[in-house]
Structure formats: C-alpha cells, structure tokens
Design a protein around this ligand. Structure first.
Ligand code: DC
Length: 246
C-alpha cells in the first residue's frame, strides 16, 4: 500500500514547544462514532483554517473497494495482505479531496452497501489497520491537516495539536442518517437505521484492535442539540483557545 499526499505536499516542519508546527501548520484529530457530525465538522474546520481535510474512513472504504473488486473475501488475510502490497491510495488535491485507488476515482462506489460492509469487516483486520495507520501518518507529515476517523487521536496522531471526540445520541444519529438517505431518494425505517447504528457502535467500541474511544486529552463534545454552524463555532473556539491561532 502506498499513499501520497498529492502535489501540495510540503516538507515537514519542526514542532515547537506549544505543539504548533513552526510555520503554524496545525494537526487536528477528530474522532467519534458514525453520524456524530465528524465529516461535516472536519470539512468546515479545514476550510476555515485553510488546512487539508483527510477522511480516513474513505481509506478503509478504498481498501474495501479494491478487495471487493478483486473478489477477495475480507477475512482471507493472506490474499488481503497481498492485495494491500499492490494497491496505491492517494487523494486528489482539492477542497473536497477524492480518493484514488490505483489511479481510479472510486468515490462513487465507496458508500455502496457491499463496500461499507467489507470496510467494516476489514477495519478489524490488524494488517489493514497497520497499513492504513502508516499511510495516514505519511499524509499528516508536516502538519496542516484535519484528519477524521475512529482512532486518530488515540493511535494515528497521538501528538495532534488539538483532538476532538464528537458524539451524539443514537436517536439523533439515526435521524440524521435517515434524513440523509431521504435526500438521496432512498428510504429505510428509522428503527432499522437505529438498530444498525447500535450494532456498529458495539462493534467499533469493543473490537480488539484500536477500539473507538476518546483520547484522554480530547475535547469531548455532544452535538445532539447543535446545528452545523454552532458545532463549527465551538470547534474553532477550542482550536483558538488551545493553540492561539486566529
Ligand atoms: O467513517 P466511515 O463510515 O466512512 O468508515 C468506514 C469504516 O472504516 C467503518 O467501518 C469504520 C472504519 N474506520 C476505522 O475503523 N478507523 C478509522 N480511522 C476510520 C474508519
């Protein structure tokens, strides 16, 4: 597995004592369960601070896409390992970076049910996590990123300048997902969505490798009652408070 940053890649900058990179290039980690508003907030924060947004879930989905495409079973560790060694992941250099798998823009397929299912299974395979964590650290080298996922503050970037853990009630997360599906013309009973979220939460929080949890030094925010604009304001306030950036 190789991962590239794209043409905007700059040389690594030394960290000063405050944890800020010497040229002010921050590293921000955002973790939390599905539907807690991580992606939207991470994008909003990246745009507001002119940082690069990195969606690590897309990387798990990208590996899953390659695995499904090759007809490999997600739990066939030997074949998954060999596939990883031959697969190249990169992000396009845009405000909304798209994931390229072996040069193919796989973004349209990443959210399909079979890819989502395979991604969730592959996320429990240690070899996959090791490869992706390494790739994610390379992408974050030199700072200037908002990286979003499940284990960013705890495993991938334990020295991030600011760490957030976003949460929301299961009911609210199910409501958001239901609304999102409705907007794309699909419908599913809210109770089924809620049950699936509960199941996924349990799997994410109890898996042996890198279970989902807030880092000890993370700012934990419950977004159940907050609008997108309010969450953005809160995150920006925390970043300013913790780092002094304006
Ligand atoms: O955030 P998402 O739904 O796009 O993530 C896809 C899958 O990858 C999901 O099963 C959770 C997993 N994942 C993970 O285990 N660690 C990450 N840092 C990001 C995602």
């Amino acid at each position: 597995m190789r991962a590239r940053r794209g043409s905007a890649s700059r040389s690594a900058a030394a960290k000063n004592k405050k944890g800020l990179t010497a040229d002010g290039r921050l590293t921000i980690a955002i973790d939390g369960p599905a539907g807690a508003g991580k992606s939207t907030s991470a994008r909003d924060l990246a745009n507001a601070l002119a940082l690069r947004y990195i969606d690590t879930g897309a990387m798990y989905r990208g590996v899953a896409w390659a695995v499904v495409r090759a007809g490999v079973a997600p739990d066939d560790r030997r074949r998954v390992r060999s596939l990883l060694a031959r697969t190249a992941l990169s992000f396009t250099d845009e405000a909304e970076p798209r994931l390229l798998v072996d040069g193919h823009d796989a973004s349209a397929a990443l959210r399909s049910p079979d890819v989502s299912q395979a991604a969730s299974r592959l996320a429990t395979v240690p070899e996959v996590r090791t490869f992706l964590v390494r790739a994610q650290r390379r992408l974050a080298r030199g700072g200037g990123v908002v990286m979003e996922g499940r284990d960013i503050g705890t495993v991938v970037l334990p020295r991030a300048d600011v760490k957030f853990f976003l949460d929301a009630s299961v009911e609210e997360r199910a409501r958001r997902r239901w609304k999102q599906l409705g907007a794309t013309g699909r419908s599913e009973p809210r109770s089924a969505i809620e049950a699936a979220i509960r199941e996924r939460d349990h799997r994410d929080r109890t898996r042996a490798v890198s279970p989902l949890r807030a880092a000890d030094d993370a700012v934990v925010l419950d977004t159940t009652r907050d609008s997108r604009a309010r969450v953005k304001r809160m995150l920006l306030d925390w970043v300013r408070r913790k780092t002094g950036v304006r």
